[in-house]
Design a protein around this ligand. Structure first.
Ligand code: FMN
Ligand code: FE2
Ligand code: FE2
Length: 397
């Protein structure tokens, strides 16, 4: 995609990445990609805000050149040091010899550690402003959205907030960068929640702090470093992020994520009875086979729903490994304050339920009931499973 004007003298010069299969080497984005958004403000001083991942160097430099000669850049603002936004910086520095890098104090050491860059780096204080001619830029430190050095840059003249990872999402652009021109907003909103639950969730308190800090700022456009530029309805993505961050303490909205795993189908058969009970209890469960669905797609559901159903057999006196992995990812991402139930088959010793209860302690999940059964479920077990699901659904508020 070629450059796009987003405001007066302000251009998107980002790149689509449809080659990387795993974002952060971890989260699947194959088929949808991701964008690294970068912006130029052309004024008395030429400013580049955030960069791109190293594999996109050629594309990215072409983008910049359409607006300004690279060696005519005066400032590069590094809002965030993660290499998806800085990978090209060493090469850029070799071309734009006079460019000054502006970043938060914590990013200074990181620039040295990651790229050996220490000259012409200037740290900017929280709230500091910079006049570049007809535009004035303000730097707002937002630590841990997503790393400790993260800041955002606000153009007080145009009202554009360059928010970096905050308010971003997965998904390369499909022809337009703007919310109002996008005909499938639900795709980006869904991928924003997946991105939030995968990347940002752990930092929900810093997100809420950042939103509070930006309260009262005359925001006109939100220009994040991944995903759509929100120019028609910037409040929409702020509200979504605020709602999602709130789940970190509220435990989410009324809803059920049903996680199951099964080696020989015994637990799976009872799962269908439990699901039927849940449905008759008034909730449509979101069902995931933990061995087959990547945790990246499970986390958004877990993050949003206040109820979790765990169905998995005993495996070597413990929990079916894929289930354990999913629950451990939930621990890592601070998916807390849920209500949960367990069911599962065993052969001789049991052990899965005990492990679930142990992990649930780390998660602050209240496990209200467990149904363990040997081998294949009897009619009684199927009925118990159905009733368990129904009771659980009816218990959620
Ligand atoms: C590799 C393996 C390890 C197992 N370890 C245990 C165990 O330690 N204790 C136990 O009670 N059952 C154990 N089992 C038995 C299963 O829990 C039992 O077969 C159960 O019915 C499987 O449920 P599923 O059909 O939903 O996979 C093990 C089974 C397998 C295949
Ligand atoms: Fe990041
Ligand atoms: Fe990022």
């Amino acid at each position: 995609m070629s450059e796009v004007a987003i405001e007066k003298n302000t251009y998107w010069v980002g790149v689509n990445d449809r080659t990387t299969d795993l974002f952060e080497g971890l989260w699947p984005i194959e088929g949808i990609g991701v964008s690294y958004n970068s912006y130029i403000i052309k004024d008395e001083k030429n400013v580049l805000i955030d960069l791109a991942k190293g594999i996109k160097t050629d594309d990215f430099f072409n983008q910049i050149s359409r607006i300004v000669d690279i060696d005519k850049l005066d400032y590069v603002i590094v809002n965030h040091m993660e290499p998806d936004h800085t990978g090209v910086i060493k090469t850029l520095r070799k071309i734009a010899r006079n460019v000054e890098i502006l970043c938060s104090p914590k990013a200074v050491k990181m620039l040295q550690d990651y790229y050996g860059i220490s000259e012409d780096v200037r740290e900017v204080k929280d709230g500091e402003t910079l006049s570049i001619g007809s535009h004035e830029l303000q730097f707002v430190h937002v630590p841990f959205v997503h790393w400790p050095e993260t800041m955002v840059t606000f153009d007080t003249t145009t009202g554009v907030l360059f928010s970096c990872d905050a308010f971003g999402g997965y998904g390369a652009f499909q022809g337009t960068i703007f919310d109002d021109e996008c005909t499938d907003l639900s795709f980006y909103e869904k991928e924003s929640l997946r991105y939030y639950s995968n990347i940002v969730a752990k930092f929900s308190t810093p997100v809420l702090n950042a939103i509070k800090k930006l309260d009262g700022v005359a925001l006109k456009i939100i220009a994040p470093s991944h995903g759509l530029v929100w120019r028609k309805n910037p409040a929409r993505i702020v509200d979504l992020y605020k709602t999602w961050a709130g789940y970190s303490t509220s435990g989410g909205e009324k809803g059920i994520t049903l996680l199951y795993g099964s080696m020989y189908g015994n637990t799976e058969a009872v799962m269908n009875a439990v699901a039927q009970g849940i449905s008759d209890g008034g909730i449509h469960p979101e069902i995931f086979d933990v061995a087959r669905v990547h945790v990246s797609y499970i986390l958004p559901s877990l993050w949003k729903n206040n109820g979790v159903v765990i169905g998995a057999p005993t495996y070597e006196v413990s929990l079916f490994p894929y289930m354990q992995q999913v629950l451990e990812k939930a621990v890592l991402k601070n998916v807390k304050h849920k209500k949960a139930i367990y069911f599962g088959s065993y052969g001789w010793s049991k052990g899965a339920f005990k492990k679930v209860q142990k992990i649930a302690e780390d998660l602050n999940w209240e496990v209200t009931e467990g149904l363990e059964f040997p081998g294949k479920g009897t009619d009684d077990i199927f009925e118990s499973g159905y009733n368990l699901g129904k009771r659980f659904a009816q218990s959620l508020k």
